[in-house]
Write a protein of this length. Structure first.
Length: 276
């Protein structure tokens, strides 16, 4: 597809993420910026987040958590300004190595061709200029993040194979150095880092893979307000809540991407770097 050289021309942006709230942490400021600049933004969320946290029993039960998290994402995206949010409806696969990986309704167990086909239907409908999704690390190795990365990439390659008119594809990056900084802050405060691993040396995207750095400080408050709608996932006594607010604001004010260059056809422009 031909991406207009005039930055004032509205673009169609598609974000593909694994769980409700994934859209916010790594790209929430970018999404808010894109909406603010007049671009059309749609989101696919592959799972309902069924096995996520329940920060307060008054908010949800294990039985209805998926429904609650879907609504949390819709409410969050109202703040961001995204009106088109689509759910593929798969069950959250849980963290790597847990029994939830084996649930037959989980994204992890879904036939790849089925998921790729579902994403392809949206590609055909929207004909996006820019696609944003997880990277190969899954941020912190979550199997659903990695699955969405693989299936989204496969859907794009299948639809645009041999076609030089290729959407601009970005992978959301969580730089390894940021994990190292956060983990050090936590340890210095006597807080155990999350995700079942304290080894920040292997977590996140290697810094040298990052191609695009977005300053989203102007959209920090929108990003934070949007994320606050994911109430079931906000642990007020969790490890991130114990980090200094100034430090958290600094981390959240910058977002990172890897711009994928197609094997054939013209080199992709760094659209996100140009918009701002």
């Amino acid at each position: 597809m031909v991406i207009p050289s005039n930055s004032a021309e509205p673009l169609t942006i598609l974000g593909v993420f694994a769980h409700p709230d994934d859209e916010g942490f790594g790209s929430g400021g970018t999404l808010a910026m894109l909406v603010d600049k007049g671009h059309r933004v749609s989101l696919i969320c592959a799972t309902n987040g069924d096995v996520g946290e329940i920060s307060d029993p008054a908010l949800a039960t294990p039985e209805n958590l998926g429904q609650v998290r879907q609504q949390e994402m819709r409410d969050a995206m109202k703040v961001t300004g995204v009106k088109d949010v689509r759910f593929l409806g798969y069950r959250d696969s849980g963290m790597d190595g847990t029994p939830d990986n084996d649930n037959p309704n989980s994204l992890y167990q879904a036939p790849p061709a089925t998921v790729v086909g579902q994403i392809d239907v949206v590609l055909a409908e929207l004909e996006p200029d820019v696609i944003i999704t997880h990277d190969h690390t899954g941020g912190y190795g979550h199997p659903d993040h990695i699955t969405v990365y693989r299936h989204t990439t496969a859907a794009i390659e299948a639809r645009y194979n041999g076609d030089g008119l290729h959407p601009t594809l970005y992978y959301v990056c969580f730089p390894r150095s940021n994990f190292q900084r956060m983990w050090k802050e936590m340890r210095d405060a006597g807080v155990k880092p999350p995700f079942g691993s304290e080894d920040a040396e292997v977590m996140g995207t290697p810094d040298d893979e990052v191609t695009t750095i977005k300053d989203v400080a102007n959209y920090l408050e929108t990003k934070k307000e949007s994320l606050n709608h994911h109430r079931t996932q906000i642990a007020t006594n969790g490890p991130f809540a114990k980090l200094p607010e100034k430090f958290i604001n600094e981390i959240m004010s910058t977002e990172y991407y890897y711009l994928v260059q197609p094997n054939g056809g013209p080199k992709q422009r760094d659209i996100l770097a140009e918009i701002g």
